[in-house]
Design a protein around this ligand. Structure first.
Ligand code: NAI
Length: 488
């Protein structure tokens, strides 16, 4: 078996944590229980690019329990938990004779290594091609699209949000590939029946490609399942943001001024967690609706320029670029903490910071750097501007990821079954022949089912509608309970 991880001797530790996580992931375990015998993913080959954590390990083993073959990489250079990666590679075997799933991921990859890993998970043995992609942030999808573009036109254009350094590495990889005579990228794109995308930023890329008519295969937007973005992005972040700040700095948060840039789902979770620690939270927004929400939730809303000199902690949660600039950091308080919890590292202008004349970087410990300006003040930057909850801590806890990943499993089942005209025990939202080219969301009854699978573990008693009440509301006793445009 081909794979590359940090250290297979960590597999026992990884296995123990995976077993603990299974108990906290009732949605995924219910999928194994229901579909472990019928194996609706049999015959599929899934290329996964998503943070290689303990929770993802439970997702991978759910996909294989449902019959899929899987190859896996992380979608961030710092987010791999090496013990989880080792346990997945070892599987039922031993470190000397691993029998699990090929994983290409370790904590602290270089950008070159990162894209090499992404290429490895798209490259199946014996000339086979992947049938689905499971993506987080869209990098595996981007690599296929860029390689196909290069094959067809001889050049590669910039993607919506690819930063120049990233693009340089992708370009070099694609060029190397073509020079080595690898021409199967088109076959790969044709073999993929669809991608399921985990996060806001990846979904943004997919809609952009659909608009430009460059999307090569159908996509399911898992992020916009209510049981994903309204839970993982909010309640997951509410747990893991403060976890990351604490592990990185151990600075008391209570009483400090914390600025959260962006008040979407991730910003809401961020602001709530910092306020719960006693921080005085200021929100920045560009959207009047979200700015008004933040104000009515009791936060001061200001521009970063107005408050940058008073802030002790500055967190970006926008999915946008250049939100915190080098000039902002030059004006911050001594030892202000700067971190990003959005998907890519372009929210904080790290290149601008590094290029500031006279600035000096001191590494405090892995993923924590002190950047000192010529005037003597310094800022503490977490995870080199990459998502700090996965770089400085271990990301979201299992229970919330069970919601997100149950949606992922359902999306993979939808893509695979519908493309082959196979039956699933719920009505098909797809046309004959599978999902058409475009970006789709899972139907609401599946979203409600994901939530239902997590109620019992929390001791929740759900009220059942009477037929009379259901008729009054004009809905069915079994749901869906809300219209498509309801906002939760
Ligand atoms: P969202 O679209 O709900 O929220 C982003 C907010 O930022 C919007 O309200 C937007 O108006 C605002 N914004 C945009 N530019 C801004 C600027 N220059 N200044 C201030 N506000 C600005 O997106 P969501 O779901 O909250 O995701 C945000 C980012 O977090 C995405 O990159 C997403 O992929 C990522 N994410 C990270 C997770 C993690 O574990 N670290 C988990 C889930 C999502």
């Amino acid at each position: 078996m081909d794979f590359r991880v940090a250290d297979l001797s960590l597999a026992d530790f990884g296995r123990t944590e995976i077993t603990l996580a299974e108990h906290e992931m009732p949605g995924l375990m219910a999928m194994r229980e229901r579909f472990g015998d019928s194996k609706p993913l049999a015959g599929s080959r899934i290329t996964g690019s998503l943070h290689m954590t303990v929770q993802t390990a439970v997702l991978i083993e759910t996909l294989t329990a449902l019959g899929a073959e899987v190859r896996w990489a992380s979608c961030n250079i710092f987010s791999t938990q090496d013990h989880a990666a080792a346990a997945i590679v070892v599987g039922d075997g031993t470190p000397e004779d691993p029998k699990g799933v090929p994983v290409f991921a370790w904590k602290g990859e270089s950008l070159e290594e990162y894209w090499w890993c992404t290429e490895q998970v798209l490259t199946w043995p014996e000339g086979e091609q992947p049938t689905m992609i499971l993506d987080d942030g869209g990098d595996a999808t981007l690599l296929v699209h860029k390689a196909v573009e290069a094959l067809k036109t001889g050049e590669v254009t910039e993607a919506v949000d690819t930063d120049p350094e990233e693009l340089r590495v992708i370009l070099a990889l694609v060029k190397e590939n073509l020079a080595a005579g690898r021409t199967d990228w088109l076959a790969m794109a044709n073999s993929v029946v669809g991608v399921s995308e985990e996060t806001t930023t990846g979904v943004m890329r997919l809609y952009e490609m659909a608009r430009n008519e460059t999307l090569l295969f159908p996509a399911i937007n898992v992020n916009d399942s209510v049981t994903k973005s309204k839970f993982d992005n909010r309640y997951g972040v509410r747990h893991s943001l403060v976890d990351g700040i604490n592990r990185a700095t151990d600075v008391l948060i209570g009483g400090k001024v914390a600025v959260v840039c962006g008040y979407g789902d991730v910003g809401k979770g961020s602001a709530e967690s910092l306020r719960a620690q006693g921080a005085r939270v200021v929100v920045t927004e560009i959207d009047p609706i979200c700015a008004l929400q933040a104000a009515m939730d009791g936060y001061q809303v200001a521009t970063l320029d107005e408050v940058v000199g008073q802030a002790d902690i500055i967190i970006t949660a926008t999915g946008n670029k250049d939100v915190v600039t080098a000039d902002h950091m030059a004006r911050m308080k001594h030892q202000a903490i700067v971190g990003n919890i959005g998907h890519f590292d372009n929210e904080i202008d790290m290149a601008g910071l590094a290029a500031t004349p006279g600035v000096e970087r001191t590494n405090v410990k892995p993923q924590v750097d002190l950047w000192r300006f010529p005037d003597g003040h310094a800022v503490i930057v977490l995870s080199e501007g990459r998502l700090l909850n996965l770089g400085n801590a271990t990301g979201h806890p299992s229970f919330v990821m069970s919601n997100s990943f149950t949606n992922q499993v359902l999306a993979q089942m939808e893509l695979w079954a519908r493309a082959r005209g196979a039956e699933l025990p719920w009505p098909s939202p797809a046309a004959d022949g599978g999902y058409p080219l475009g970006v789709h969301v899972l139907p609401k009854h599946l979203d409600e089912e994901v939530a239902r699978l997590h109620l019992e573990a929390l001791g929740v008693s759900l009220t059942t509608l009477s037929q009379d009440q259901a008729d009054y509301l004009g809905i069915s006793v079994q749901g869906p309970y809300k219209s498509e445009h309801y906002r939760y």
